[in-house]
Design a protein around this ligand. Structure first.
Ligand code: ADP
Ligand code: ZN
Length: 723
């Protein structure tokens, strides 16, 4: 027997199948989709079995498979095919596409340390004839007789030596059960009677075609409730469901709601889990013990056999696109592909759909569904814009008078407040007010970020750090600006304004500890705090009935990012956070502080008019030839020698110009990430409407450079950020 193996080494040069001979003892274990250990040059590598040739004669050249790694298939037929499709779509290596589908614990380098945990139990051997037992042996036997199956630990506590004797005599039989690292809370069935609008959305999908749907539903319109109802329908048919959320550690409330309704049929895959916990969840999925997966981007690869529905919540989120490393895939594309395979509907939901999705819905590519009203019948909260250009004079720190008053009123009424510090694109960088000097990383050419706790400046790309200076190294003046606004600073100001209030600060620093995030959310819901202050984390998916005021400290920072999506992202962030206010009986309000009150993204948030924003933004995109009117592709050329690199980038551009017409080719430009870790990079950006010969041509370019160690070419279709 001969097998074709794809080895776990991501390199364009060796991304193909190599043949190995299978020793007699392993032939019965061979299956397509398992991993084997094989010799490769001087190394031993793990690889996926992709072909089995039972009758093929082996020639002497072929080396032997060393051993079989898996007893069951880790990549089923569907996923193996999906990987091939991803490779073509993203122009990455096949092995990288397979690796991204599997939990880290299964990857060669990590595999050793993470194991399956077992609980050991004992039961009575009914066939044994029990001879004279001493008192403690008697105790153990009667406990096992009573319970049927007892944990070893429990019995050992009675008497370890007696237990060992009973085992040795064959009175007790061992039974192992897999132990999952995550515990589960009990399920409390909470099912709401859906409104007529919600019912209509549910029935359109479950009675409709297996195709993509776009659900535009304002914040608080009951989308999550609708998702659960659809999932329930497929669950009753014995089918499974995948629910994608932007980054689950950001939305623990969502998982809670699912667990309350579906109990341990829910598996959650997210970055706050340890590799071991993820591995456990993944195995529960493989074995069919979990029927519903909630997870971030890579959960789209959950190895389910019969998918009933795929839901992508907050579909506008950029986190569904993997930017680095390759494969640079989009989870929404994978969702559609898997939906086709399983004949399952795919529901994209959002209160602020991406322009791409909305445009497709308008063309009928996706079926359009809407929930334009809140479940509570209260309408969306009123939004007030505070022009900081004039309000600054009377402001206390970062708080304008109207915001100060509004917070005070809510605190008096014992209601709750959420405050957003918009850190998106916000750099707490240090500049000299005298000469304009800014501190940059010597390796990366990126502005350094101030870290208060260590009083250092750090590079977020390579980790480089230096102590903060008092004086400007350029002009020698003692005029370095105040060191950025962080949530900590705002918290101090708040505490001064409202000394009696209980403030909960939620940001990357305060939630990095395991379980902390959930703990904070529970405490805020229990009204142990009055004000929740935080970054993007407080904007998404939270549902607190006592929150009646949402304040945005600085709406502008995300508008200033040099990215064609900055208006869209700002609009969506502000609407999301505004949507946290007034979700239950009490009417809510929103106050947004901004230096750009006339910007269309800001004043359309005030009107809460997504459709008007969509129209305005589409006009701009059309004029500037951006998505969804044009596709974008970024070709990144990187290497150590900037001069040489530029010459090669020009060559690539010229060959593209010769071979493509009707494609707009921009660059090569250095973008805002010119140098990362002493590697320079140039971007060539393509804008196009049709990509007939494009992929083929790009493949040739990759081929041309794949054995050149000095130049690396990376392709990113539909990049999420323009850097
Ligand atoms: P969205 O996901 O669209 O923001 P949610 O599903 O979180 O909306 O619903 C908002 C609030 O309304 C939640 O507290 C939810 O429990 C409640 N809710 C949703 N649907 C109903 C319903 N049919 N009846 C009563 N309450 C509902
Ligand atoms: Zn750096």
């Amino acid at each position: 027997m001969v097998v074709g193996v794809l080895v776990e080494l991501s390199n364009q040069n060796i991304d193909r199948i190599f043949e190995y001979h299978v020793p007699e003892e392993y032939t019965s274990l061979m299956k397509v989709g398992i991993r084997v250990l094989v010799p490769f040059g001087k190394m031993e590598l793990e690889g996926f079995v992709l072909e089995i040739k039972k009758d093929k004669e082996t020639d002497k050249e072929l080396k032997d498979v060393i051993r079989v790694v898996d007893s069951t298939v880790v990549l089923n037929e569907e996923l193996l095919e999906l990987g091939k499709w991803m490779k073509e779509q993203t122009l990455s290596t096949l092995i990288s596409c397979y690796q991204v589908m599997l939990p880290k614990a299964l990857k060669a380098k990590n595999g050793q340390n993470i194991s399956i945990k077992y609980d050991v139990f004992y039961r009575l051997n009914e066939d044994a004839s029990f001879e004279k037992l001493n008192a403690s042996q008697e105790k153990i036997i009667s406990l096992v007789r009573e319970k049927g199956l007892v944990l070893k630990k429990e019995l050992a506590e009675l008497s370890l030596s007696s237990l060992n004797t009973l085992i040795r005599k064959g009175y007790l039989l061992e039974e192992k059960q897999e132990h999952y690292r995550l515990g589960f809370k009990d399920q409390k069935l909470v099912k709401k009677e859906l409104t007529p609008q919600q019912k209509k959305v549910v029935s359109t999908v479950i009675e409709g075609d297996a195709k993509p749907y776009l659900l535009y539903g304002v914040t608080g319109s009951g989308k999550t409730e609708v998702y659960m109802e659809m999932i329930d329908h497929y669950l009753k048919q014995g089918k499974t469901s995948i629910v994608l959320v932007p980054e689950i550690s950001l939305t623990p409330q969502m998982v809670q709601r699912f667990r309350e309704r579906f109990g341990d049929q829910v598996a959650a895959l997210h970055s706050a889990l340890s590799d071991g916990e993820k591995y456990d969840e993944w195995r529960r999925i493989c074995k069919g013990e979990a029927k519903i997966v909630i997870g971030a981007r890579s959960a789209i690869f959950a190895p389910f056999e019969n998918i009933g529905i795929i839901i992508v919540d907050e579909e506008h989120s950029e986190s569904y696109k993997q930017s680095d490393p390759s494969p640079r895939y989009h989870a929404k594309d994978i969702a559609i592909k898997r939906g086709e395979y399983h004949h399952a509907p795919v529901v994209f939901g959002s209160a602020t759909p991406s322009l791409e999705a909305m445009a497709r819905a308008q063309k009928g590519v996706y079926t359009y569904l809407e929930l334009p009203e809140r479940v509570n019948g209260k309408g969306l909260p009123a939004v007030t814009i505070v022009d900081m250009n004039s309000a600054m004079k009377k402001a206390k720190g970062h708080f304008s008078q109207p915001l100060i008053d509004a917070i005070g009123k809510r605190l008096e009424k014992q209601e709750q407040v959420i405050l957003l510090l918009n850190r998106r694109g916000y750099s707490s960088f240090v500049t000299c007010k005298n000469c304009g000097f800014t501190f940059k990383c010597p390796n990366c050419d990126i502005t350094l970020t101030y870290h208060k706790s260590s009083n250092t400046l750090r590079c977020h790309y390579c980790g480089y750090g230096e102590k903060v200076y008092q004086t400007c190294p350029e002009c020698g003046e003692k005029s370095l600006n105040n060191l950025g606004v962080g949530t900590q600073k705002i918290e101090e100001e708040l505490q001064e304004l409202y000394p009696m209030s209980r403030i909960l600060r939620m940001d990357y620093d305060t939630t990095s500890q395991k379980g902390k995030h959930e703990e904070m959310i529970d405490a805020f819901r229990d009204h142990q705090y009055d004000i929740l202050l935080g970054t993007q984390m407080v904007a998404k998916g939270l549902d607190f009935s006592q929150v009646t005021l949402v304040g945005v400290i600085n709406a502008d920072t995300s508008l200033n990012i040099p990215d064609f999506r900055s208006s869209e992202n700002t609009y969506s962030l502000l609407s999301q956070v505004a949507g946290r206010s007034g979700r239950a009986e009490k009417t809510g309000e929103v106050i947004i502080q901004t230096f750009n009150p006339d910007h269309y993204a800001i004043h359309l948030v005030q009107k809460q008019d997504y459709l008007a924003f969509y129209q305005a933004e589409m006009n701009i995109r059309r004029q500037l030839k951006y998505p969804p009117y044009y596709y974008l592709c970024n070709i990144r050329v990187s290497g150590k020698n900037a001069m040489e690199l530029f010459d090669e980038a020009i060559k690539i551009k010229k060959s593209l110009e010769r071979n493509l017409d009707q494609v707009i080719i921009l660059g090569p430009s250095s973008g805002n990430l010119f140098k990362i870790n002493n590697i320079f990079r140039y971007n060539i950006i393509l804008k196009y409407k049709k990509d007939d010969s494009l992929r083929e041509l790009l493949e040739k370019i990759i081929d041309h450079y794949k054995s050149n160690p000095k130049i690396k070419v990376d392709i990113d279709f539909n990049p999420s950020q323009m850097q």
